[in-house]
Design a protein around this ligand. Structure first.
Ligand SMILES: Cc1ncc(COP(=O)(O)O)c(C=O)c1O
Length: 383
């Protein structure tokens, strides 16, 4: 059969009817262990921390969406990041983008600093990055693109080639684009990481992570650690993601359509200082985005004119946009990164990056766009 298109893969890969009953929905294998006919003789499943048929179906589907040979699904995005850090020899050097999700920054700077050495750099500045990479000779380059929350876009192909020259691995956190809009392995990255919690699941009812790769060696090392350390996803959560993922393509199109309209609206608003959205020509890496992404996604960052008081007034008055951490669900969310998702980054570092008290991040959902704009307009009128 011809290679399936994305819209077909999300529904059919890993979604085959149950062979024993014909059930069109995959069963939830809610079991911790599996009966063996003789010691060591089993059907490929021994214990759910290691393998589970519901999770295997999700791994098969996610691997195909990232054009990868392998996928491992974990209990959270951060547990996937943790496994990658444990895979590196003690004392490894890591060059990491300076504007990564606050929890990733916290993991690297507070949990692993006695084990590895981290340099946080602006990975959009390729000249400076190359200088750092040549000076540091890191074991791994970690990029998030577009970044959370500033939506900076880094060149995956150039950075992966830079890493390969010195024998380093490249990891790309692809959470914001989802596999629908971007496939980092196709641009030369070694591992793609997702917080499955976000667009992939899409319904704000699961915490999960995933890593996709082509190398059997990387897969085996990470699988060993997943089993040895223990952060595999539960069968029920894998099943929920298998359900949510069926609409990933239609959801991503709807998120993007709404986000483009909201970004245009904000761009013209007298109470807005600046809007950052990859679909606006004013985005600093607009052309690069068009080259490596197939769309511009559902995330928008903007600066309100004023400071914390104006931000608070706005955030207390939105009604459809729920003031909450996280992103990527069908419902619209609004976040104040400085106080909420990125509070673990010291103020001086945060402000050096541009995460000020007047910065607001929107995860634009798939509701009616006029309703969403009406909600924002009402909140602006209260400032
Ligand atoms: C870009 C990005 N990567 C990783 C994570 C961590 O994922 P999780 O919350 O599933 O552990 C998040 C969470 O917000 C994120 O936004």
């Amino acid at each position: 059969m011809k290679e399936m298109k994305f819209e077909t893969k999300v529904i059919h890969v890993g979604g085959e009817p149950d062979p024993t009953t014909g059930a069109i929905m995959p069963p939830i294998y809610q079991t911790s262990t599996y009966v063996q006919s003789s010691p060591g003789e089993h059907k490929g499943y021994e214990y759910t921390r290691s393998h589970n048929p519901t999770r295997s179906r999700l791994e098969e589907c996610l691997a195909s969406l990232e054009n990868a040979k392998h996928c491992l699904v974990t209990a959270s995005g951060l547990s996937a990041s943790t496994l990658i850090m444990h895979m590196l020899p003690k004392g490894s050097k890591i060059v990491c983008g300076d504007d990564v999700y606050g929890g990733t920054y916290r993991l690297f700077s507070k949990v692993f600093p006695d084990i590895h050495h981290y340099k946080f750099v602006d990975t959009t500045n390729l000249k400076k990055l190359e200088e750092q990479v040549l000076a540091e000779k890191p074991a791994l380059i970690w990029i998030e693109t577009p970044t959370n929350p500033l939506l900076k876009i880094s060149d995956i192909a150039v950075i992966s080639a830079m890493a390969k020259k010195i024998g380093a691995l490249t990891v790309v956190d692809n959470t914001f684009m989802s596999p629908f809009f971007q496939n980092p392995l196709d641009h030369g990255a070694d591992i793609v990481l997702h917080s499955v919690t976000k667009f992939i699941n899409g319904h704000s009812d699961v915490i999960g992570g995933a890593m996709m790769m082509n190398s059997q060696d990387l897969r085996d090392k990470l699988f060993f650690l997943q089993n040895a350390i223990g952060p595999a996803q539960s069968p029920f959560d894998s099943w929920l993601v298998l359900r949510g993922i069926k609409t990933l393509a239609v959801r991503m199109k709807a998120h993007e359509q709404n986000a483009m309209k909201v970004a245009d609206y904000l761009d013209k608003h007298p109470k807005v200082e600046r809007v950052v959205y990859p679909g606006l020509k004013s985005h600093p890496q607009y052309e690069l985005g068009k080259k490596q992404m197939r769309g511009t996604g559902g995330m928008i960052t903007f600066y309100i004119k004023g400071g914390i008081n104006e931000s608070r007034k706005f955030l207390e008055n939105v009604k459809l946009f729920a003031l909450a951490e996280s992103l990527g669900g069908v419902e619209s969310l609004v976040d104040h990164p400085a106080i909420m998702t990125h509070a673990s980054i010291p103020r001086e570092v945060r402000e050096g990056l541009g995460i000020f008290d007047n910065l607001v991040r929107l995860s634009v959902g798939i509701e009616d766009c006029d309703d969403l704009i009406g909600d924002l307009e009402n909140a602006f009128s209260k400032i």
